[in-house]
Design a protein around this ligand. Structure first.
Ligand code: TH1
Length: 799
């Protein structure tokens, strides 16, 4: 949009006066932020309304991304950037004596997601709008987002994330578009006199779902999509007998909190209720909107909408869409089924068995009696149809209802036309191993969509310093098309450019060093290697491998204080699921090891270990631009994709990584020689599984370095750990090291040595860094969403 600085300053001052009855000299940070957001909202609202109007008139197909998590972070700067007014507003505020960066800090992170899965959904929201696709989000407006993490005495303590306390300037409550959701009770079918069976209900629990819409603004275009988040409330016309506090409490619980689980399955009833709640609400709104705006035959809805099931959490889309079509819109079973399969598509994000959702049959039957009937019928018809075609074994292995459980992945695959994994390796594993039986039956449904990241947020907003260097070197077209970063290759031997890249990195390191000083009271050397591992704490991600290497360096230096090492700062950020005891023990150990090393005068600043508390999107935006190395060290086959690996690459960090998830494609694109590859391959891991011959205890007993490091967890070397050290020791030596940490240790140490040697040659290092930036283009989520649009949703971009 067009906006002059003068106009902006006038709008801002007027709004400050009308909204808060104050002025520039008296306004506090909250007032300044709320005023700015309100002005920005005014700027985009006409574009938003116009785009909605256009869609209703043109009636093109739209996609709906159903996700139980979104993780947008802060919206102020990204809205400014996408509207094309970031610089104008920054300058205008500066004239008024206000620092935009300070104002931006006031906005709480929107953290209604746990990690990669939720962040991916938000990257897609940004990219879908920015590439002009009509595609909207659908989720839950949790009153409390992902918990805030405090580290107290080395332990993780969880505090509530009450992010809505000061209001949310971006959302619009649409009470007129509320829908009703029903749970429990009894259902029976009665003939309607015309030979059709219609359901009748008794004693259902009624809940009102109220939508809150947040605009997803495209980058310098006219597309504004909608992220619709549902809040649960008590219906206004509720029977008096239900109007009690308990009912109120129950109802508001539904959208009260995000499950702080990252890929660990937690089978609580409330979670199932949440899943049905946002699925039913979203589908009801879509169908109503279609009826209202298109006035076309409901049986053609498959030509106008696509619904995406992001992991299995929204898999109830399949039976709920069937229910709505059949019971509410009078469509026959066969037509409804064909439409459902055409409309739905599903992404699998993990093969970890503990994350595969299964619900007890009785639970579904009691909570969602009509859906249960429909699921049984889907299962029955499919079994009858396929038995003669593919035989009993395949049918049995792929049934939706098995062993008294509803298998949500099976429901999603069977009820949709597309199942995709999130990186090549992961998609291959789905086809060849994990979902092989489904692949035999429906080979045409399987495909890969390698994840991507919203590059605008992960460089233009978070790394202005590097963005500036790029503008001066290769022009600005990369801001619109990330593939243009390949122009940088021409400068790989240009010493002036390499120097500038180094200086940008150094400045970002200074900025992070100041933050570390402020938050942790640790002084770090900005010349040191900034070696970063930031992600959820999970055994398969192997933060422990990183820790063992740190301990090795520490003992080496204790033995030989004059050892010639390149100084390193090891930086961690990680939240553990509150119920994940082992992960919490690892956090405690990292913090105690940090204390031990940081306070050891023998070590000086050769090694520093920093655990930054409350890792979230905003903190990632501070850390990643300053990283020299990103640790992506999961056991091969376990990390479906990973996405922080792509953010590090974009910001010129080198990857220390295994051949897992999207790392493989990163190494392919940027060159193995410009990164550090180590560890078992997926095939070697599966070979161990087949033979059952992994023996961690042998490694512990036979490798004196490993022996000494592991003993330090239990012999008092690391102060202030008790049971935590023992737990970790036992997990590796007695319980046979589930994720092969010890097996990969030697090769990891070797790769770390290579890394250190390369860093000694700053020119060679920076060249490798440049090659990572120059080859990152395909990891833009603009590319990913185009593939979804072309191959799965069949939607077209505006133009
Ligand atoms: C993550 C995967 O672990 C990660 O590898 C991938 O990059 C990311 O999804 C995006 O595709 C997952 N997060 C969750 C969260 C829940 C359940 C399963 C997964 S898989 C709650």
């Amino acid at each position: 949009m067009k906006l002059s600085k003068k106009q902006f300053k006038q709008d801002f001052e007027e709004r400050l006066a009308s909204k808060f009855a104050t002025n520039l000299t008296k306004a506090g940070h909250q007032e300044t932020y709320a005023t700015l957001a309100s002005v920005v909202k005014h700027y985009y609202s006409s574009i938003w309304t116009a785009d909605n109007q256009y869609r209703d008139e043109v009636g093109k197909k739209q996609a709906y991304y159903f996700s139980i998590e979104f993780l947008p972070g802060k919206l102020l700067k990204s809205n400014l950037l996408n509207l094309g007014i970031l610089d104008t507003v920054r300058d205008g505020l500066a004239d008024l004596g206000i620092d935009l960066d300070e104002v931006a800090k006031v906005e709480p992170d929107m953290a209604i997601g746990n990690g990669g899965l939720g962040r991916l959904a938000s990257c897609f929201m940004d990219s879908l709008a920015s590439t002009g696709f009509p595609a909207n989000g659908n989720g839950i407006r949790y009153r409390y987002g992902l918990f805030k993490q405090k580290i107290i005495d080395g332990y993780q303590v969880e505090l509530p994330d009450s992010w809505l306390d000061n209001g949310n300037p971006w959302e619009v409550r649409r009470a007129d578009k509320a829908v009703e959701i029903n749970f429990g009770g009894e259902v029976w079918l009665e003939d309607d006199g015309k030979g059709k069976l219609l359901p009748h209900y008794k004693n259902q629990e009624r809940v009102l779902a109220v939508p809150y819409d947040t605009p997803m603004i495209g980058f310098e275009n006219t597309t504004v999509n909608n992220m619709c988040l549902w809040r649960s409330e008590v219906p206004q016309d509720l029977d008096l007998k239900f109007q009690n506090l308990d009912y109120m409490r129950q109802t508001s619980m539904l959208s009260a909190e995000l499950y702080p689980d990252d890929s660990n399955y937690d089978g609580r009833l409330l979670r199932l209720k949440q899943e049905y709640f946002f699925v039913s609400a979203g589908l009801q709104r879509i169908l109503r909107h279609y009826k209202f705006t298109q006035k076309k035959d409901i049986r053609r809805i498959g030509d106008y909408i696509a619904v995406h099931i992001n992991d299995t959490h929204p898999a109830l889309c399949v039976p709920e869409f069937m229910r709505l079509l059949i019971d509410e819109y009078g469509v026959g079973w066969n037509r409804a089924w064909d439409t459902t399969v055409k409309v739905m598509s599903y992404t699998n994000h993990t093969i970890l068995s503990e994350a595969l959702e299964k619900w007890p049959e009785d639970m579904v039957k009691n909570l969602l009696p009509r859906l249960y009937q429909i699921i049984v019928e889907i299962d029955r018809r499919r079994t009858a149809e396929l038995l003669p075609k593919v035989g009993a074994t395949l049918v049995h292995n792929t049934r939706i209802i098995k062993d008294g459980q509803i298998h949500m992945a099976n429901l999603a695959i069977i009820g949709s036309h597309s199942t995709n994994g999130v990186a090549k390796l992961h998609s291959d594993l789905l086809k060849d191993v994990e979902l092989h039986d489904f692949y035999e039956i429906y080979p045409e449904r399987f495909n890969n969509k390698t994840n991507g990241i919203a590059d605008r947020r992960w460089i233009q907003i978070s790394n202005e310093r590097l963005s500036g260097v790029l503008d001066e070197t290769i022009g600005k077209t990369w801001r619109h098309n990330l593939n243009d970063l390949s122009l940088l290759k021409h400068f790989k031997d240009d010493e002036k450019i390499l120097k500038q890249l180094q200086m940008a990195k150094y400045d970002n390191k200074l900025r992070l060093a100041a933050l570390i000083q402020e938050r942790n009271g640790i002084t770090v050397n900005p010349e040191a290697i900034f070696d970063v591992q930031i992600k959820r704490l999970h055994a398969y991600k192997r933060q422990l491998l990183n820790v063992l290497h740190i301990l090795k360096l520490y003992f080496d230096l204790k033995d030989e204080p004059d050892l010639d090492v390149v100084p390193r700062v090891f930086i961690f950020g990680a939240k553990a699921a509150p119920g994940y005891h082992y992960a919490k023990s690892i956090i405690k150990c990292i913090n105690e090891i940090a204390n031990m090393i940081n306070n050891d005068s023998d070590i000086d600043d050769k090694i520093k270990v920093v655990f930054l508390e409350n890792y979230n999107v905003s903190l990632a935006e501070m850390i990643i631009p300053a990283a020299n190395v990103g640790e992506q060290i999961s056991l091969a086959s376990k990390e479906a994709s990973g996405t922080s690996n792509m953010k590090f690459m974009l910001n010129g960090a080198l990857t220390m990584g295994t051949l897992d998830g999207a790392n493989i494609e990163i190494f392919e694109a940027a060159g193995e020689e410009n990164n550090f590859v180590f560890g078992l391959t997926k095939d070697e891991v599966y070979e161990y599984y087949r033979n059952g011959n992994y023996n961690a205890r042998d490694i512990y007993e036979q490798n004196p370095i490993v022996y000494r490091i592991l003993n330090s967890f239990i012999d008092g070397t690391i102060p202030n750990i008790k049971s935590e050290g023992r737990e970790i020791f036992d997990s590796l030596t007695i319980y046979n090291d589930e994720y092969f940490v010890l097996r990969d240790f030697n090769d990891y140490v070797r790769a770390q040595k290579d890394l250190e040697n390369l860093y000694r040659n700053q020119t060679a290092w920076t060249k490798a860094s440049l090659m990572n930036i120059a080859n990152v283009g395909r990891f833009s989520s603009d590319r990913t969403v185009r593939e979804y649009a072309d191959d799965i949703w069949y939607i077209k971009a505006k133009k």
